[in-house]
Design a protein around this ligand. Sequence first.
Ligand SMILES: O=C(O)CCc1c2[nH]c(c1CC(=O)O)Cc1[nH]c(c(CC(=O)O)c1CCC(=O)O)Cc1[nH]c(c(CC(=O)O)c1CCC(=O)O)Cc1[nH]c(c(CCC(=O)O)c1CC(=O)O)C2
Length: 411
Amino acid sequence: MHLSSIPMRSGFLISPSYPDCFRLGFLPNGKTRSVGVVSRRRRSPRASLSSDPLLIQAARENPVSRPPAWMMRQAGRYMAVYRKLAEKYPSFRQRSETIDLIVEISLQPWRAFRPDGVIIFSDILTPLPAFGVPFDIHEVRGPIIQSPICDEEGLKCLHPIDLDKLQFVGESLKILHGEVGNKAAVLGFVGAPWTIATYIVEGGTTRTYTTIKRMCHTAPHVLKALLLHLTQAISDYIIFQVKSGAQCVQIFDSWGGQLPPNVWEQWSKPYIKQIVSSVRKECPQTPLVLYINGNGGLLERMTETGVDVIGLDWTVDMADARRRLGSSVNVQGNVDPAYLFSPHSVLTDEIHRVVKCAGRKGHILNLGHGVLVNTPEEAVAHFFDVVRSLSYDTLFEDDMATKELEPLSTL
Ligand SMILES: O=C(O)CCc1c2[nH]c(c1CC(=O)O)Cc1[nH]c(c(CC(=O)O)c1CCC(=O)O)Cc1[nH]c(c(CC(=O)O)c1CCC(=O)O)Cc1[nH]c(c(CCC(=O)O)c1CC(=O)O)C2
C-alpha cells in the first residue's frame, strides 16, 4: 500500500522526496491525478514512472527537498488566540462540535505557522455520543464518561455509529479542504479501539489502567464485544472523514504502550488491523498513520497492522527506528516536545539531527507527542521556520563533505 501525496505550500507535489511511497500528484489546477513516482537525483528532478509533462514541469518548478511537517496537538491551549476563544466559549464540547469554531481553531496554527498539514480540531472522544456513550471534558479532570461500561449490561447502551450526529466533523473537513486547497494536507484522526476503551471502561483518564487490564482476565467477552463495536464504529468514522475531505488519517493508540507487547498483540493489534483493512477497501489511497505513546517495544509489531506510517514517540531514537523497521517503512516524528522550551539553537540542532537520522525518504517531521501546554508560540514558529529552510541536499552534502575530508584530517 502506498501513500498518496501530501500537498506542500509550494503547490502540489511531494513525490520527489518520496519516490517509493507517494503516488498521487496534486496538480497546480487543484485536481488530483494518479501518477507514477517522480524521483529526483541531486538537483535535476526527473520523472521515472510518470510521463505526464505537467507533472514533470511542476516537479521542476517545485522541487521538494525536505520532509513535510506538522505537529500533533498543533491547535489548542498553548495558543493565545485559542485561549481567548475558549474564554468566550468555555465548553470544550461546544468548541469542538460547532462548525465555525472547529474551522477557526483548526486554522489558527495554519495562519500562524503554515505547517504542511491542517489537523481538524476535535478529540479522540468526539464520536462517542454518536454510538451511545456520552462524555464531557472537565478543565482539570479531563475526559469524563458518565456511565463507564464494566459488564454485559453496560454494553446495551452501544448502537451503530450515527454519522448524522457527526455532521459537524464532515462539514468542517469540507470547509478546511476548501480553505487550504492544495497548499496543505487536511488531516483527520481517531482513537484506536484499545485507547478509546480505556476511557469507556475506566470512566476517564487513568494512570494505572487497572480496571481495563483486570477486565482482560475477568470479563474478556465483555471487553472483546466492546472492542469489536469500537472497531466497526471507528472504521465507519474514518471512511466518513476521508469522504468529507481528510487526506490523511492518524490513528491514536496513545495508551497501547501501557500494555506488555504480547498483550497489545491480543487486545489492540487485531482491531487496528481490521480497521486498516476495512478502510483500505473504501479509501485505498488514503495514508494511515499509527501513533502509540511508549512504542519502543512495539515498533515491528505496529507494521503488522498494515498502516502506511509508523508514528514514533521521542523515547525511540530515529536512527534505531530506521534500523529496526528498514528503510521502506515510512515514519513520523519524533522531536521531544520539551525541546520547544529550550533555546532556539538547540531546537534547530535537534530538528537537523532527527531529519538526518530519518534520511531522505519516507519521513514526516513531527514531535514525538502533542505540543505541551505553555509551549512558547515563538518556538513553534521557529520549528516551522527551520523546516522551511531545510534542504536534504545541504544537510547530507555537509555530511558527505565531512566524510570525504576525514582521511585528510588524519594526515
Ligand atoms: O490533554 C489534556 O491534557 C487534557 C484532557 C484531554 C482531552 N482529550 C484527551 C485528554 C487527555 C486525557 O486526560 O486522557 C484525550 C486525547 N485527545 C487526543 C489524544 C491523542 C494523543 O494526543 O495522543 C488523547 C489521548 C492521549 C493524550 O491526551 O495524550 C487527541 C487530540 N485532542 C485534541 C486534539 C486537537 C488539537 O489539539 O489540535 C488532538 C490531536 C489531533 C492530532 O494531533 O492529530 C484537542 C483537545 N482535547 C482536549 C483538549 C484540552 C481541553 C481544552 O482545550 O479545553 C484539547 C486541546 C488542547 O490539547 O489544547 C481534551
